[in-house]
Ligand binder design. Sequence first.
Ligand SMILES: Nc1ncnc2c1ncn2[C@@H]1O[C@H](COP(=O)(O)OP(=O)(O)OP(=O)(O)O)[C@@H](O)[C@H]1O
Length: 644
Amino acid sequence: MTSQVHEFQAEARQLLDLMVHSIYSNKDSFLRELVSNASDALDKLRLAGLTDKDLDADISDLHIRLIPDAGARTLTVVDNGIGMSRDEVIGLIGTIAKSGTAELRRKLAESRADGADTAVSEELIGQFGVGFYSTFMVASEVTLVTRKAGESVGTRWTSTGDGTYTIDDVADAPQGTSITLALTAVDEDDAVHDYADRFVLRGLVKKYSDFIAWPIRMLGEAPEPVEPAEGEEAVEPVGPVDETLNSQKALWSKSKDEVTPEEYADFYRHVSHAWDEPLETISLHAEGTFEYQALLFIPTQAPFDLFMRERASGIHLYVKRVFIMDDATELMPEYLRWVQGVVDAADLSLNVSREILQQDRQIRAIRRRLVKKVISTVQEIADKRPDDYRTFWENFGRVFKEGLVNDADNAQAILKASMFASTHSETEPTRLADYLTRMADDQDVIYYMTGESRAQIVGSPHLEAFAAKGIEVLVLSDPVDEVWVGTVPEFDGKKFVSIAKGVVDLDGSDDEADSERDEAFAPLLAWMGEALADDVTQVRLTSRLTDSAACLVGDEFSMTPQLEKLYRASGQEVPRSKRILELNPTHALVERLNERFTASDDHAALAPAASLVFAAAVLAEGGELADPAAVAKLIAQQVADSLA
Ligand SMILES: Nc1ncnc2c1ncn2[C@@H]1O[C@H](COP(=O)(O)OP(=O)(O)OP(=O)(O)O)[C@@H](O)[C@H]1O
């Protein structure tokens, strides 16, 4: 195929544009990205070499090489790794194939609207990770030459970072990938350093990529020619010597006090392809039956694709320092999918397959231990670093809570490390332990209400008497909350009780007065139960209301309307369940209804009022009316009558 000019995909073009005009403060990071990609490519080739005996590729001396050229002002980063086919180059480099692209597009549009101010672009780069494109922060033109292991023809890709790139075939490309940057002018004020300078490169590799497992080599400066001493023969000039710039030490095999926080942070960015700082680093060295080392990170920022179905695990699996796979989902449950890092197991085969991993006893044991460690670390952050914990919770809380549904064994530990909005404070969520300390002596359960939003829950009539009596109620408005409250019965021996279900007795009952009142209302309640039989199972009195006339409650085991809605949204058939209509006997509307009911036998005349009481209860909790038009008609009629 001949030379072809292609256009970048729209998102890729916008991202590139952001890079070319970058005000991102850390320009040096382009090198970390290139080395990281090269290292991944070497990992992949070694693995392919181990598993595919027929692969025609040389894996004898896998390495990365930096070739600075001060005269030409270029820097070339070469690896002899897996390389890319022509289609892969177009697919991987010309487009952003990552999930979360829609989100990226939205953010890019926002950043344009804001005139791409620094904060937006830093945040965007931090969350999305721009990888290869970061080269355009320091290069006016980038040329990539690559040949995939096992293929005979290579590909050249060139772009100046405007809207297009050029693709050519290259007959004699060496296996692997070489990326040449035509460097822009040095601008110390803008943090663009001299990337053709060996001294600068040595420093950057040491700083960002020291732990990379493959050697990163560079030819040193040619030694000054030695003048022969008088009478001696001229010394043969020696060429420059190859240096290895990194120590190649696997950070996960070191103990925590041997590694600096910066080294951990750079390693985190390498494994996660993220650009933020780790919020916490967990290092585990297990000996005994199953020997393994793990180095895990809790990120500061949530990645774009946290909620995408196809998001893989962030755990890289190694066996005795050999990279095996970068998405070992078997090692971390889905609700901890934001954990990034490395697990290096000593006793697995290098050829281990996914199927084997799924059944492996050792993997299961490691996973159990890692899960407990991650949860206890979250709890420690919660106990000791409230600000960091808030950051964590805002980013990952909703996902973390999925564990309450999926990991019964750890549910109590997850609850302990979680926080929940409550009526105690509008802005500050509460830990459950704190809720317990605020409970009155005679309260022995934890009250909660689920709903679609805080506003809807707090405005619902069910909460009235709780608010009036100052009883704290958890305000649970994430979809996952609807589900976990059905599976986790209690915390610390205290039952979770929905204030929208079952019977509530908050008026400190005076039994005699109650039974008189019940008698007085009984005929009305029975009649209303029949009149509204299509919509409710029963009509009864309640003490949970103070201002409203009526509300709807489920029985203790029924689904909430929100949960029904969630099921329907996920395509499952659920019958619309009827609930109980509760009336507030101290409300004028209910009192008058009863007076009219007892005064006349023409009960049918009260049917519209009964229907409206029910409709108002549905609306008050933010629900949807089955027949809004009919209700609107009823209202019009009743208002007209009252104005007559
Ligand atoms: N040196 C290389 N050898 C082989 N493939 C490469 C190389 N550099 C990049 N690639 C391929 O191109 C893809 C895109 O690279 P890029 O750096 O843009 O993103 P990334 O590394 O996948 O993720 P991130 O943007 O989060 O860093 C890589 O995933 C890899 O498949």
